[in-house]
Design a protein around this ligand. Structure first.
Ligand code: ADP
Length: 265
């Protein structure tokens, strides 16, 4: 294997008509490391994910997977290169069992002549084993995912992506709907995924969630990068300050627009 990063983003911009959603973004994700993408609403986080996940194409700039330039036409292309995205709301189907959620249509099958059926015993065993690797002990994989805690639910999706060959995991605001305790659960799974050698892209607006687990921090504000720092180059206080500065600027601009009757941007 080369020592190129798992995923590299070079000078990527995205325009929607004349709206600049992202401008000149550069960062990277190494194997066994967590890159955090921080930003408030409208910062460009969703646009960034869509480009990495192959849902949208960048207008300018380049993506490299393990040193090789790639152009994704669809999410299938990104997945084929080992980039898997776990969307907060779509991660699991609550009424379905844990093991069904783990496989979601890719269950192991048994065959006899022309007959095929799901190998339930194997599916349940694999799901249990893979979740155990993430530190989750599921007593009965028949139980609906909806009965798990919020943090554990996300981890089912993370374990699934890892099992099906993901090298880069994109986690879309996995902690934003969770309380402190459950956020801690998710942060632990992020560390587990990193320890297993995956590259993790952790999208969040919370520097307190990002700093303890992150190795690199890309801060976005209104589509622009406020910096792309290795952990040794930024303290938690500086990161918080940068985020707060961005939020404050945004609030001030809104106030100003309202006060001058200007509206919009
Ligand atoms: P975030 O996820 O950080 O809230 P987004 O990526 O959703 O930010 O949005 C960044 C900017 O791009 C916003 O100004 C948003 O209005 C704009 N934008 C996002 N998607 C589209 C789109 N499909 N068409 C036009 N503008 C868009």
């Amino acid at each position: 294997m080369s020592d190129a990063p798992l995923l590299e983003v070079r000078n990527v911009s995205k325009y929607y008509g004349n709206i600049i959603a992202l401008r000149d973004i550069t960062t990277k994700v190494e194997a066994g490391a967590v890159t955090c993408v921080l930003g408030d609403n409208g910062a460009g986080k969703s646009t960034f994910i869509k480009i990495l996940a192959g849902a949208h194409q960048q207008s300018e700039g380049q993506l490299f997977v393990e040193g090789e330039e790639v152009l994704f036409d669809s999410p299938r292309d990104a997945l084929a290169r080992g980039i898997a995205t776990v969307y907060q709301d779509l991660a699991v189907v609550p009424l379905m069992s844990v093991w069904r959620n783990f496989f979601l249509g890719s269950e192991p099958v048994k065959r006899l002549g022309p007959l095929r059926w799901i190998d339930q015993a194997a599916a349940k065993r694999i799901a249990k084993e893979e979740l155990a690797k993430m530190g989750i002990d599921i007593r009965d994989t028949e139980q609906p995912v909806g009965t798990l805690s919020g943090g554990e639910r996300q981890s089912v999706a993370i374990a699934r992506a890892a099992y099906f060959g993901a090298k880069v995991l994109i986690l879309d605001e996995p902690t934003s709907a969770l309380g402190v305790k459950q956020s801690g659960v998710v942060l632990r799974y992020i560390v587990e995924a990193r320890n297993r050698g995956l590259g993790v892209i952790f999208i969040t607006h919370n520097p307190n969630h990002a700093y303890p687990v992150g190795d690199r921090f890309l801060i976005l504000n209104r589509g622009q990068s406020l910096g792309d720092y290795a952990k040794e180059d930024i303290t938690q206080a500086e990161l918080t300050q940068l985020m707060a500065g961005g939020a404050e600027l945004e609030a001030l601009q809104h106030e100003l627009a309202a006060a001058t009757g200007g509206g919009g941007r």
